[in-house]
Design a protein around this ligand. Structure first.
Ligand SMILES: *Cc1c(COP(=O)(O)O)cnc(C)c1O
Length: 397
């Protein structure tokens, strides 16, 4: 067999396996599903006139989120980036600090750090769970940092390394036991970027509830959407009331007067978005079960194809499988571009992982550790059409 034919065979086999699961029609990467009470709740907002900052759905959505995640408090905000921004501010991240974040993440993680006047310090990810490579980070921090008055200082920059932000990639929980231990060892505040992982648990506990604070996103492409939206999770009464205050322009309660006691943010989620969220979240279990069932189908379809692996949930975790993912073996990474090109050409929306953040123009000069693990993953990851409806299952009435 000549090489070109072998190449073509591999690319066709991958696309064939996808179509085995999705059928041959064009498919988006992720489409929201609105088959619950969405219309009813949205209409209620319009009928009552409560579409904006006043209305019952925000409180309802927050209490449902708290119930589902087990967090003591959930504070709904305008998007996941705003949630991350407030989490970092409340963690004490400020001008001149460094915050450890994976280079393999969506740019929002780095931007939120930058909004605080701090510097994103990029760390490496590992293939086993697509999360932070904790052992490698531990060795790195031992080498490049020292402790002064309990704070960890970067020897090279002289800055305080204040916090660490693991991100649960594509919904798969990172190893939170290892990350918690590392955060304790280096006195780092732990904040979780759980934007993608609503419905995912690590050892039975919901992601986003391990750190001091966690951020969730309800953007249109996430497992539950409010159109645009996000939430802050915390167990601390004090941080929760600070979060509420800061996200509502720091306005002091008063029957008529406009008193703002600090520079706040207009980050509160509007009632109309929360109404959509209330309807969506009623179906969260069904969405997660559909995604998990879809994953099982993909896994079977890819089983016999050599040269790649289908990403499954890490040990001790339940993943929401927000995005379905294959990782090409190292000698097959040369096929990535052709698989992306050929599948998108016929309407099958496959995607690479984000470009590593340290390679993007605003972040070229930021500090980083060796990122060879992330660089290797960047060359080999392909995300597949992941809409829950592709599973074809029916909701229990
Ligand atoms: C979606 C996402 C965010 C930000 O959410 P928005 O609601 O779009 O602002 C942050 N981090 C990660 C990893 C995400 O996937």
């Amino acid at each position: 067999m000549n090489v070109q034919l072998a190449d073509q065979n591999f690319v066709s086999a991958v696309i064939g396996a996808i179509q085995n699961v999705t059928g041959s029609q064009p498919q988006a990467l992720h489409e929201p599903r609105f088959d619950g009470n969405e219309k009813e709740y949205l209409l209620d907002c319009i009928t009552t006139g409560y579409v904006s900052s006043v209305g019952p759905y925000v409180d309802l959505f927050e209490s449902k989120l708290a119930e589902i995640t087990g967090a003591r408090h959930a504070i709904a905000v305008v998007n996941g980036t705003a949630a991350l921004h407030i989490c970092l501010l409340l963690a004490g991240v400020g001008t001149g600090d460094e915050v450890l974040i994976p280079a393999m993440s969506f740019i929002a993680t780095a931007n939120a750090v930058t909004y605080c006047g701090a510097t994103a310090h990029f760390i490496d990810s590992q293939e086993s769970d697509l999360g932070i490579n904790v052992q490698k980070l531990d060795e790195y921090l031992t080498r490049i940092s020292y402790k002064r008055n309990g704070l960890v200082i970067n020897k090279l920059t002289g800055s305080i390394i204040r916090a660490i932000v693991p991100m649960h990639c594509f919904g798969h929980p990172s190893n939170l036991t290892d990350i918690e231990n590392l955060a304790k060892k280096y006195n780092l505040v732990l904040i979780e970027d759980a934007a993608e992982s609503l419905g995912s648990t690590f050892r039975g506990k919901h992601t986003g509830t391990f750190g001091a604070l966690g951020a969730i996103s309800f953007n249109g492409n996430k497992i539950v959407t409010t159109g645009g939206g996000g939430a802050i999770l915390t167990d601390s009464d004090d941080l929760a009331s600070r979060a509420k205050h800061l996200t509502k322009t720091a306005r002091v309660a008063h029957a008529w007067d406009f008193i703002h006691d600090e520079v706040g943010f207009n980050y509160r989620m509007p009632n109309i978005n929360a109404a959509l969220g209330c309807a969506q979240i009623e179906n969260l279990d069904f969405e997660v079960e559909s995604k998990r069932s879809l994953a099982a189908k993909y896994r079977r379809a890819f089983e016999k194809i050599e040269g790649l692996s289908f990403v499954t949930e890490p040990d001790n975790c339940k993943s929401n499988y927000w995005l379905q993912t294959i990782i090409l073996n190292k000698d097959f990474s040369k096929y990535k571009e052709e698989i992306l090109r050929a599948s998108n050409q016929i309407g099958i929306s496959t995607r690479p992982v984000w470009k590593l953040l340290n390679s993007l123009p605003p972040y070229l000069k930021n500090p980083s550790m060796d990122l060879s693990g992330s660089a290797s993953l960047e060359r080999r990851i392909i995300n597949l059409p992941s809409s829950a409806k592709l599973d074809g299952g029916k909701k229990n009435a």
